[in-house]
Design a protein around this ligand. Structure first.
Ligand code: GTP
Ligand code: MG
Length: 589
């Protein structure tokens, strides 16, 4: 995206504060015009009361004017300070409000992204975009833009004033400016890629820290602390070196810019002195020139700094904009319909094939099966055969490459996505609980349910017993900072969470893999006696879970190898039969 588009994007996000920002810009212009006050009044006082031909007369007879000028000088200086103060407040207010808008928008946007998005972006990188990068954008609004306006205004106003006083001397000074501009442009070319690199290194550093914190148990289990410290250290050194490299780039250009900036007072001293001797310049004017020379030199010096910050903004905003404009691929189709009440839960897969976008080969081939409302379908097969991939197609986490999936006789694409998902209760293979109470976790998908209902769903999931034994029962905080739970306990809470939305379709991905056989039996009883009808798709490896299913699907390398009831599959003497023999303790030959 072009730079001016980035600025336009900022402008769009300043909605509600644009007027205020324009006031801020005028404020900046105003206080830069006001900085002429002191030197100009000094010039008038010098020429009228101290050094001009009529100085003695004026001092005697026009005292009031003298006092008036001094008073104006003080008054205008105080006024300028007030303008500067209010102006800074305006920039701060607008920048914070814009940042708030963008942050909210990005967060909303991220919530609506699909699975592909989350497998593409690393958490550390996303966090960097929402923190450091956004701060660079805020800095752009609050500081960089103000500095750009300030520098150009200060330079422009002072130069105009110089031209009015003595255009020849002003021209001499202005001739030095282009040299500085050339140096700054060269600097920009060098520093831009460095900022992009710096931004990448920072995101990498964040990713390492984030992964290390989330994976701290693994680190400890393998006693890999030293290795992790070493890994972090490498990233840290890398980041620090890139930081230094970026800073040194400016330091290489700095002396050249500084030399040109310092040439200005020298030129003024030499040529201005000559003009003074020749009588082309009054003493007061000379004093005004030298009193204001900093207002010409400083903007020149600042340009490097501004350019540096601008490049930081450029690198950071490119990352933020990428997120800002990312659209999820899986969205409501234009003619998507509302689901009237509750789905019945008939699921049909018709010749469904599926491939992950970044993979070379498909993971599912030509899958066809039907689940009638209220049916229990068990899916089994070796690890990596495509079970999780298959069930993820039902809530449209991914889209099939070919074939279609129908629910209640309609293609799933014809339903509104959020409503479709609200009808599906999913307990995923990796259980994630939030840092919240157990009650809060169970009612996550349906916050309106009563305490009794929470308890009821926990009972269905064989979780009520252990929850009730906890000191704070359902109010026990779990998750990151809460009490630790066992794998099987987490699975049961996640099952209760899936049930709590009273789904038409319940999908359990290996949800009872970590519970003992007796508990599993209790859960099965619970699932068979739910007080609402739902179609259950259960991925499981245990025969005890699969044998009562209405249909068992055996997957192999993404294809349906066997399908039927327990008895039918036993009779086939295939994969399922072998698994039964193995689990019953009979060796398969
Ligand atoms: P288990 O859970 O271990 O029993 O396996 P599964 O049957 O659930 O397998 P799953 O559907 O998760 O994976 C099937 C194949 O797809 C495997 O070869 C995985 O490597 C691959 N796979 C899974 N998720 C992704 C993904 O997000 N991207 C890509 N490219 N491949 C994936
Ligand atoms: Mg799986």
């Amino acid at each position: 995206m072009e730079k001016n588009n980035k600025i336009r994007w900022l402008w769009e996000n300043m909605e509600g504060y644009r007027g205020l920002y324009v006031v801020g810009i005028f404020g900046t212009l105003l206080y830069n015009v006001l900085h002429l006050t002191v030197p100009h009044i000094t010039q008038v006082i010098l020429d009228m009361f101290l050094s001009g031909e009529n100085a003695a007369y004026n001092l005697q007879n026009r005292r009031n004017l003298f006092y008036g000028l001094i008073l104006a000088m003080v008054g205008l200086t105080i006024f300028r300070s007030v303008v500067v103060y209010v102006d800074c407040m305006i920039y701060e207010k607008v920048s914070q409000a814009t940042l708030f808008n963008i942050r909210n928008y990005l967060y909303n946007k991220m919530q609506r992204q699909d699975m592909k998005f989350y497998s593409f972006y690393r958490t550390g990188d996303l966090m960097t975009r929402l923190t450091g990068d956004l701060d660079a954008i805020r800095h752009m609004i609050a500081w960089v833009i103000r500095m750009i306006i300030e520098s150009f205004a200060m330079f422009g106003v002072t130069m105009t004033y110089f031209f009015f006083m003595n255009w020849k001397l002003a021209l001499t000074l202005v001739m030095i400016a282009p040299c500085i501009f050339v140096v700054i442009i060269l600097f920009k070319r060098k520093v831009a890629p460095k900022h992009r690199k710096l931004r990448e290194k920072f995101a990498l550093l964040n990713t390492v820290v984030q992964e290390n914190i989330s994976g701290n148990r693994v680190v400890k289990a393998f006693a890999r602390e030293d290795y992790e410290i070493e890994k972090f250290n490498e990233c840290n050194v890398d980041y620090s070196n890139t930081n230094k490299e970026t800073a040194f780039t400016w330091l290489r250009f700095f002396p050249i810019v500084e030399t040109f900036a310092n040439l200005m007072p020298v030129a003024l001293l030499a040529i201005g002195g000559l003009f003074l001797i020749e009588g082309e310049l009054t003493f007061g004017q000379y004093a005004a020139f030298s009193g204001l020379i900093w207002a010409i030199a400083n903007p020149m010096r600042n340009l490097g700094n501004i350019m540096n910050e601008f490049q930081r903004f450029d690198a950071a905003s490119a990352k933020v904009l990428e997120l800002y404009y990312t659209e999820p691929e899986i969205v409501d189709s234009p003619d998507a319909r509302d689901i009237d009440g509750r789905l019945k839960g008939k699921i049909e897969f018709k010749n469904v094939s599926f491939k992950y976008e970044d993979a070379y080969v498909p993971v599912l081939h030509d899958i066809t099966f039907t689940a009638n409302p209220g049916d229990t379908i068990a899916i089994m097969g070796e690890t990596g055969c495509g079970k999780t991939s298959l069930i993820q197609l039902i809530p449209r986490f991914y889209e099939p490459v070919s074939g279609s999936i129908l629910i209640d006789g309609e293609d799933i694409k014809s339903w509104k996505l959020t409503q479709l998902r609200k009808n599906i209760g999913l307990a995923t293979q990796d259980v994630l609980l939030y840092s919240d109470t157990i009650d809060g976790n169970i009612s996550y998908g349906n916050s309106n349910i009563s305490e009794e209902d929470v308890k009821k769903f926990a009972k269905y999931s064989a979780a009520d017993d252990f929850i009730s034994k906890m000191p704070e029962g359902y109010d026990t905080i779990v998750g990151e900072r809460g009490v630790g739970l066992s794998g099987g306990q987490k699975q049961r809470i996640s099952l209760a969470r899936a049930l709590a939305i009273k789904p038409s379709i319940l999908i359990l991905d290996d949800t009872t893999s970590a519970v003992d056989l007796e508990t599993e039996k209790t859960i099965q009883d619970g699932l068979n006696n739910l007080d609402f009808e739902c179609t259950k798709i259960i991925i499981a490896q245990r025969i005890s879970t699969t044998k009562n299913a209405d249909k068992i699907i055996v997957l192999e390398d993404g294809r349906i190898k066997e399908m039927g009831t327990h008895e039918e599959l036993i009779a086939r003497h295939g994969y399922y039969y072998d698994v039964v023999q193995l689990q019953n303790g009979n060796e398969v030959i």
